[in-house]
Design a protein around this ligand. Structure first.
Ligand code: GLV
Length: 322
């Protein structure tokens, strides 16, 4: 029986899967996320850890867990919270949950796109605030997305799922990525690859779907934001730090951006206070893959990764390149 620590609340189906595999499961008992020192105490002695993306899995974490630790299974597709080189040094396999959350995350991105272009967020706030309103042909007009262009930064599974939704709504698809979008999606969607600068400067909507790495940190910096098309929109369901949030506030206040739909922030859960004062922004609390079905599957996949590594089999979905 191996000891598996879970660092925060996760769907019961994942825990049941670990128990069915015969492991001893130690949950984080608190309602709040553990503070750093609590987290380090909690994982001490674990052979496997189910982590979430707010856990910094670094040298200190791996040392605190102890040399019996074999696997850290992130219940997330992103793994920017994991120091992969440190895992290598400690003989720990880091795993992630790709392939099961792209539709849910693309739904969030597309939902944000409609909310911000059609001003649904602003309209909902107005109604809830008890502001007077009446149907008028000039009242709260947004913009159509049909016939507009979407520029995807990152066209993997989530970017491609977003492209499918946008294509179905009559948008033309552009993407920036080192390698071409996979077939048959690229041909079916008529997706055109562009360099990032050109994509950012020419598309009506820019949507981020890349992992956070040293190369993509502030990929939308002040100068790229300033180069966006006047009246363009930004959607971010990737990672907050892909965008310079202070520069984004400026680009929303003074142009060129018409609006932004954000699910992620540079310093989550803190949000740049400048964003709260802007009506042309929709702010979600990192809900990307947050539906019961997807989170259940993600947690089960994480549990299966833990079990595979502890049984001496290869991980099902190790972080890429591991
Ligand atoms: O942001 C969520 C994830 O990476 O799964």
């Amino acid at each position: 029986m191996s000891k598996i620590c879970i660092t925060d609340a996760v769907p019961e189906a994942g825990i049941a899967r670990l128990v069915a595999h015969g492991h001893e499961v130690v949950r984080w008992p608190g309602a709040e996320a553990p503070r750093r020192h609590e987290l380090l105490d909690h994982v001490h002695g674990a052979e496997g850890v189910l982590s979430v993306l707010s856990d910094e899995v670094d040298e200190e974490f791996l040392t605190a867990a102890g040399s019996q630790l074999k696997v850290v299974a992130n219940v997330a597709a992103g793994y920017n919270n994991i120091d992969v080189d440190a895992c290598r040094r400690h003989g720990v396999v880091p795993t992630t949950t790709p392939g099961v959350l792209f539709d849910a995350t693309a739904d969030t991105a597309f939902g944000l796109l409609l909310m911000v272009t059609r001003r649904f967020g602003e309209a909902e706030r107005l109604v809830r605030a008890g502001q007077p309103w009446r149907y008028r042909t000039t009242f709260m007009l947004g913009h159509s997305i049909e016939g507009k262009s979407i520029g995807l930064i990152g066209a993997g599974q989530i970017g491609t799922a977003m492209a499918r939704r946008c294509h179905a709504f009559g948008m033309s698809i552009y993407y920036a990525q080192e390698h071409p979008m996979k077939e048959p999606a690229r041909s079916e969607l008529g997706a055109v690859g562009l360099p990032v600068d050109e994509l950012v400067a020419s598309c009506d909507v820019v949507s981020l779907h890349c992992p956070l790495t040293a190369q993509t940190r502030h990929i939308l910096d002040a100068s790229r934001l300033a180069s966006m098309k006047p009246g363009a929109y930004l959607i971010n369901t990737a990672r907050g730090a892909c965008v310079d949030e202070a520069a984004l506030v400026e680009a929303l206040r003074s142009g060129p951006l018409a609006g932004a739909g954000l699910d992620v922030y540079e310093d989550e859960p803190t949000i740049n206070p400048g964003l709260f004062g802007l009506e042309n922004v929709v702010l979600l609390p990192h809900l990307g893959s947050a539906n019961v079905e997807t989170r259940t599957t993600m947690t089960q996949l994480a549990a299966d990764n833990v079990d595979a590594v502890l049984a001496g089999r290869p991980a099902l979905t190790p972080v890429p390149g591991f």
